[in-house]
Design a protein around this ligand. Structure first.
Ligand SMILES: Cc1cc2nc3c(=O)[nH]c(=O)nc-3n(C[C@H](O)[C@H](O)[C@H](O)COP(=O)(O)OP(=O)(O)OC[C@H]3O[C@@H](n4cnc5c(N)ncnc54)[C@H](O)[C@@H]3O)c2cc1C
Length: 536
């Protein structure tokens, strides 16, 4: 049984050459060829293997790693096979973790039955429009729930610091196989964009279905079915019971009802640290000028530079403060999963051509912070998040109106007389956020922001606005699982997976975890065959 993935060019490059070019030439074949010929007499066939912007030097340059003797970037394609009559595995959740798990199960010859509470990606879009215009949250269809999960209407940044945890190259390859720009295989900070993600997600669903797998929408899983000895044999859903060989739980960290029924069923879950804070939005032109050291009114585009990002981190009394999920040229989005709460996050289109740059600015919430706030037990972090989200809803005054403050006023702890223009379309209300957010969070954020001003002068920009809260950075709960077998102790056949289970943080790492869980599961179901494949 061949469980590997196909590659266009199994052999590597004959030789690699490093070039530095001005940004405007870094994607032009002729300019690259000219630069290459200065270093190599007869380059022959070549391809760019890596492209990274170096903005630390002035002027910024692009470093290219060019592979000689190759005609295309080696592409990884899945070894898809018919699985209609194969043993069925239930995958709960069609986010990146669930989808990549389902695809990898197909490579292993198992039939995925994906159960998703939300709607297909195109129908889901209508609910997002209502969410923004009317402030109504559909608890089954929102920025977090629906086909593609929280990743669908996200920024689509596809980088991870957790590359050792799985086959990131294969994951990126599958994005390309389903419609993403092949540049993501080459760029050091690959980014797809909200406008392009839905088509890619849809193509993945079609792949699963064309191989004989199933994807069921509008069905919520409300519990697991267990045999007397604890073995998980299926799920209880809003549409009846479904049984399978195994159950993968890839429900994301927005599904608080899942954590609740797991706790009630004595399944092994525990509290884990996470981060919480605010979204801060600056004019993109200011970020560009600061990061690229542009003169006067000069625009990044005039130098062929992409909208700039920043990454800031500092240690203050009580904990760390850091920027998170920055969206250059992006939009702040209302990401609540229930009425009565405010949650913000950010996304950006593929061109990143909005006028603002937003980033989460958050502090780590450790066990001792939760203890001090009186939130113990496995669901202590969830209770803390919820309290903050509800307080922000109350401060906003209703719907999805978010409480906000000028950054300069936030650090001075005073209400803003007015608010600058902002990308958050569901509405803002000017309040003193320092009285809404927990005191220790405010103290750390202010100390952190003052340090950011030292590191990045001008950060305390008069037009910068703080919108609260950024509360769903990662899961506040870990679903316990065996490090190798990936099953939950005491619940054989149950495979916690992805961000909600506490094993990923972001699209790519969630996708990689889905693939990893599929390999472990195949090993258990397929025996020796699966074992060989999982060891790849
Ligand atoms: C606006 C926004 C922007 C983001 N930008 C980026 C970015 O640029 N880069 C990045 O790496 N990450 C980004 N993220 C985070 C990223 O989307 C998540 O890390 C990733 O989607 C987690 O994948 P997952 O599959 O583990 O969970 P999810 O994507 O949360 O998917 C879980 C799925 O399970 C379904 N589900 C939940 N409960 C049930 C149930 N009981 N029954 C059936 N189905 C259920 C949900 O509907 C959902 O579709 C962003 C998130 C948001 C909200």
């Amino acid at each position: 049984m061949n469980n590997g993935s196909a590659s266009d060019e199994p052999n590597g490059p004959r030789e690699e050459v490093v070039l530095r070019l001005p940004p405007g030439q870094a994607r032009e074949r002729e300019a690259i060829e000219r630069a290459l010929r200065k270093q190599v007499d007869d380059p022959g066939e070549w391809v760019v293997l890596r492209r990274s912007l170096d903005a630390r030097r002035h002027p910024a340059t692009v470093e290219l790693r060019v592979g000689l003797g190759l005609s295309t970037v080696p592409k990884v394609r899945g070894a898809w096979r018919p699985v209609e009559d194969a043993p069925e595995v239930i995958v709960v959740g069609a986010g990146p973790a669930g989808l990549f798990c389902a695809l990898r199960l197909i490579e292993f010859g198992l039939k995925p039955v994906v159960i998703e509470r939300g709607k297909p990606v195109r129908e889901r879009r209508r609910d997002l429009v209502a969410l923004i215009r009317e402030g109504r949250v559909d608890p089954e269809s929102n920025y977090c729930f629906g086909e593609g999960g929280a990743g669908t209407y996200s920024d689509g940044k596809l980088y991870t610091r957790a590359k050792k945890r799985g086959d990131w190259h294969k994951a990126l390859g599958w994005f390309v196989e389903h419609g993403a720009d092949p540049d993501i295989l080459v760029d050091t900070h690959p980014h797809i964009g909200t406008n392009k993600l839905p088509g890619i997600i849809e193509a993945m669903r079609h792949r699963i279905e064309s191989c004989g797998g199933e994807v069921r929408f509008g069905v919520r899983v409300d519990g697991v079915l267990r045999a007397r000895e604890g073995q998980v044999t299926g799920v209880r859903t809003s549409d009846g019971e479904v049984s399978g060989q195994a159950v993968v739980l890839a429900t994301g960290h927005g599904a608080r009802d899942v954590f609740q029924w797991m706790a009630e069923a004595d399944l092994a879950i525990e509290r884990k640290p996470f981060a919480l804070g605010v979204r801060i939005e600056h004019p993109q032109t200011w970020v560009d000028r600061r990061q690229y050291r542009l003169a006067g009114e000069e625009a990044a585009a005039s130098r062929d530079l992409p909208p700039a990002a920043y990454s800031l981190v500092t240690q203050v009394e009580g904990g760390g403060v850091f920027s998170f999920c920055m969206c250059p040229g992006g939009v702040i989005a209302p990401c609540a999963t229930e009425d009565g709460e405010i949650v913000t996050n950010g996304w950006s289109p593929s061109k990143r051509n909005n006028a603002w740059a937003n980033s989460g600015i958050v502090t780590t919430i450790e066990a001792e912070d939760l203890d001090a706030a009186g939130h113990d037990g496995p669901l202590g972090g969830v209770a803390f998040q919820r309290a903050v989200e509800q307080a922000c809803h109350q401060a906003g005054g209703g719907g999805q109106v978010a409480p906000a403050q000028r950054l300069t006023d936030f650090v001075r702890r005073r209400v803003s007389k007015d608010l600058p223009n902002c990308s958050y379309l569901a509405g803002l209300k000017s309040v003193d956020l320092t009285k809404v957010l927990p005191g220790f969070v405010v103290d750390r954020l202010i100390a952190g922001i003052l340090d950011f001003e030292r590191k990045m002068p001008g950060y305390l920009h008069e037009e910068a606005v703080v919108v609260a809260p950024e509360s769903r950075t990662s899961s506040p709960v870990r679903m316990v699982r065996d490090p190798k077998a990936c099953t939950m102790p005491g619940a054989d056949g149950l495979y916690p997976c992805g961000e909600g289970a506490g094993y990923a943080g972001g699209i790519l790492s969630a996708a990689m975890d889905g693939m990893r869980v599929a390999a472990a599961l195949a090993q258990a179901v397929n025996g020796e065959d699966g074992a060989a494949a999982a060891a790849e």
